[in-house]
Ligand binder design. Structure first.
Ligand code: NAP
Length: 347
């Protein structure tokens, strides 16, 4: 007998998610269906719940990160089998289809946005990786600017993909917000691409950024941190590429621009629309974290790197509860803000 699917549905923007039955998804030719074991919460989910941003179809099932067991594979799939333990980046954000939302027991995932999870890693740990990984690749490795939002282009830093055996690229970047999910993953993947990272975090999270590979870390609450970051870049004697700002707020942008000014310009890779006024020598863009640029990383890097301990499941998960009914509370906690943690609901 087919299993029963359930989901945490959003019926109207600004209302509480309601757990109820949902159709059991079926896999398209290039998709897999996952029986989820863990789901992670991302800030974009809060915007979707509160304001209905990106929702194309009501009622909606959304959410971007899943880990679980493959339940069905599409007809073109050779990389996965039923029963495999996997992590995946779900794409309801662009497809609008409820079956592509993470907040359910069963979810459809494009096979090129999934990877086998090594047996040594729990679903709860593994689920912190997918969306942040794709966002990080979009921040680092896009080669031609595309469109993030109408009138807002994507950054195109064109940096190398991560590798199990990184070759020094001779380049250095600054990662502002290196303890966030996106920033810590940018730090890990840039380091694995042979790029030196200078990180910016609160003092208590400096160690996390170092664990992710940052060569030096500075506290954004230190009044002279901009000068220290600039000095570290200059002292590296490497080619300065730019700033990846994973926080991208009115608080971070003035410091990003100051760093760029003192280092004669470069890229400013943002997670939100960049500042409206930037000097001519600054190329600013906003990532849109659903992009096939990440496919080679999903297919060739993620599983081997997790297996080798070269890709770490950071920031660590904070489990909010077990069951879809915990997702709404997890969204509220995410909205209130986290520090070097990924909120996870087990199902
Ligand atoms: N455009 C896209 O496609 C896309 C994709 C993914 C995410 N995003 C956006 O990117 C942002 C980050 O997402 P996330 O999941 O990485 O968030 P997150 O993990 O929830 O971010 C929390 C972190 O932000 C850090 N932070 C807060 N204020 C800071 C400041 N002034 N300077 C430096 N760090 C600061 C905190 O560091 P401390 O605790 O050390 O203070 C904390 O660890 C969100 O706004 C999200 O919506 C956009």
């Amino acid at each position: 007998m087919a299993p029963i699917n359930q989901a945490a549905w959003l019926h109207k923007a600004g209302t509480e998610l309601q757990v109820g039955d949902a159709p059991l998804p079926t896999a398209g030719p290039d998709e897999i269906v996952i029986r989820n074991a863990a789901i992670a919460i991302n800030p974009v989910d809060c915007h979707m719940q509160k304001a209905g941003v990106f929702v194309q179809q009501w009622p909606a099932i959304f959410g971007c990160d899943v880990a679980g067991i493959v339940y069905e594979v599409g007809s073109n799939i050779t990389r996965f089998n039923v029963g495999d333990h996997v992590i995946g980046h779900t794409i309801n954000l662009i497809s609008g289809r409820p079956k592509d939302g993470a907040f359910a027991l069963f979810t459809t995932v494009p096979a090129n946005k999934a990877a086998i999870l090594p047996a040594t890693i729990s679903f709860t740990d593994g689920v912190v990786v997918p969306f942040a990984l794709e966002a990080a690749i979009c921040a680092l490795s896009v080669t031609e600017p595309g469109t993030a939002l109408p009138g807002v282009s994507t950054p195109a830093l064109g940096l190398p993909y991560p590798s199990l055996e990184p070759v020094p690229s001779g380049k250095v970047i600054v990662v502002n917000g290196a303890s966030s999910s996106v920033g810590s993953m940018v730090t890990q993947l840039a380091t694995a691409g042979g790029i030196m990272v200078i990180g910016v975090t609160s003092a208590r999270n400096a160690e996390l950024a170092r664990t992710c590979g940052a060569a030096e870390v500075f506290d954004y609450r230190d009044s002279s941190f901009v000068e220290k970051v600039v000095k570290a870049v200059v002292n590296s004697k490497l080619e300065f590429v730019g700033v990846v700002d994973s926080v991208s707020t009115g608080e971070t942008y003035p410091n990003d621009l100051l760093i760029l000014k003192k280092l004669s310009g470069g890229h400013l890779s943002c997670t939100h629309p960049p500042p409206t006024e930037v000097p001519e020598n600054v190329k600013a863009g906003m990532i849109f974290a659903v992009n096939d640029v990440a496919t080679p990383v999903w297919e060739d890097y993620v599983t081997k790197a997790l297996q080798a301990g070269k890709l770490k499941c950071l920031p660590p998960p904070t489990v909010i509860g077990r069951g879809l009914e915990y997702i709404h509370g997890a969204l509220e906690k995410c909205e209130a803000g986290v520090s070097a943690a990924k909120l996870v609901v087990e199902v």
